[in-house]
Write a protein that binds this ligand. Structure first.
Ligand code: NAD
Length: 365
């Protein structure tokens, strides 16, 4: 993900009239081969394997930290204590207590902190927000949101840190994919209240890369059945986070259905928005959205956006909001939203273990 950030900074000039121009000046990675890659980025002045060295660099104002989840708390807090602002990767700490400690440190030190979640910056999700805010859906019937992967369907895929509790946490796939699936519902004020979770560990061993097998002890898939209170009604909301969803490669989706209207968006059809109307006949209308970004770019309006575009838009939101210039535009996931997502994952873990419905607010402070 560090390379994705470098790519976004490297083509910052595509953003039109953007009031801030960040430059990638320093990179830290333990792996010298990874560091070597950054040598081709002309603005980089410091390459180091020691995070302390990067944090001592006075030319650095903001640090984007994309490391395995067991390192989040320590590195994030070190960034904040060094007097720098932080773009954190999800899940914002390995678990809820870690997330709380990170947020407490950010509040105490008064640093600007946001958490990564780029998909809502695509034109489709932005239109979803506008359609919801128009308030024309009638009574809401259901909400479905999810983020789906499938490379783990291959049992021969070697194990890595994302498949081991000691590195990615007890929350497993929820830590990996959950902030993505929850960001938009949480931004719309829809925090799941009562959570019933089904968690699955489908492949319990994977090749260790050295001819043997290693324990794969994380949750591969999580399905959360919940309800949210909207306009005095309990609305069912399902949140899917799956590493084993047949055929799905990074599919982020949201569907909101009401008695009078509805909306569906999936990155499977990245420029398409589906909207529902109930007239004499009921119909789902398919609209090509083109390149309607939060921050205007030089890309023509008829072209298709992709992952690198969403990621750059998210970075633009981070830096523009940090300057106090975001206005009414969509901003990055906040520490509060990251914390709420961890409260939901904590409730989900208990729900699955006890096979019962758990209130996520029990985990809120
Ligand atoms: N926003 C997204 O769409 C998205 C996508 C993938 C991953 N992520 C998140 O990004 C983070 C990293 O995931 P990834 O897929 O890039 O992982 P990765 O394993 O590809 O990269 C992690 C890098 O961190 C380096 N590293 C490990 N320990 C370090 C240390 N102490 N100091 C400096 N460098 C260290 C490793 O050498 C490696 O290059 C995770 O939090 C993950 O959840 C976000």
């Amino acid at each position: 993900m560090g390379k994705e950030a470098a790519s976004a900074f490297g083509r910052w000039f595509v953003l039109k009239n953007i009031p801030v121009k960040p430059e990638l000046v320093a990179v830290c990675d333990l792996n010298p081969d990874v560091l070597e890659w950054y040598r081709q980025v002309p603005s980089v002045e410091q390459l180091t394997t020691e995070s302390n060295e990067l944090l001592a660099n006075e030319a650095v104002d903001v640090v984007y930290v994309a490391v395995p989840h067991h390192l989040h708390e320590q590195l994030y807090i070190e960034v904040l204590e060094s007097g720098k602002d932080l773009l954190a990767e999800k899940p914002f700490g390995i678990d809820l207590p870690a997330a709380r400690r990170i947020k407490e440190a950010a509040d105490k030190l008064g640093r600007f902190v946001r958490c990564s979640s780029e998909f809502p910056f695509l034109p489709g999700p932005q239109r979803v927000i506008k359609e919801v805010q128009a308030g024309t859906f009638g009574k809401l019937i259901q909400i479905r949101s999810g983020f789906l992967h499938s490379s783990d369907m291959n049992p021969d895929k070697p194990i890595n840190w994302k498949r081991q509790v000691k590195f990615c946490g007890e929350i497993g796939v929820m830590g990996d994919l959950g902030m993505h699936a929850l960001h938009l519902p949480l931004r719309l004020g829809w925090k799941p209240e009562n959570v019933y979770a089904q968690l699955q560990n489908l492949y319990t061993q994977r090749p260790d890369g050295n001819g043997g097998m290693a324990d794969c002890d994380t949750w591969d898939n999580a399905t959360l059945h919940s309800d949210v209170e909207i306009a005095g009604e309990n609305v069912p909301m399902t949140v899917e986070m799956k590493r084993m969803a047949p055929g799905e490669t990074n599919t982020w989706y949201i569907e909101i259905e009401g008695t009078e209207g509805g909306v569906r968006y999936s990155t499977k059809e990245p420029k398409t928005l589906w909207t529902f109307t109930r007239d004499k006949e009921q119909s789902w209308k398919k609209t090509d959205l083109g390149f309607l970004s939060v921050f205007p770019t030089i890309t023509g309006g008829i072209f298709e956006p992709g992952f690198p575009d969403a990621f750059q838009q998210m970075l633009a939101a981070f830096f523009v909001e940090r300057e106090g210039l975001l206005d009414s535009r969509f901003g990055c996931a906040t520490p509060e939203e990251a914390l709420q997502s961890q409260e939901i994952f904590a409730a989900a873990g208990v729900s699955h273990a006890k096979k019962k419905v758990v209130k996520s607010n029990l985990y809120a402070q």
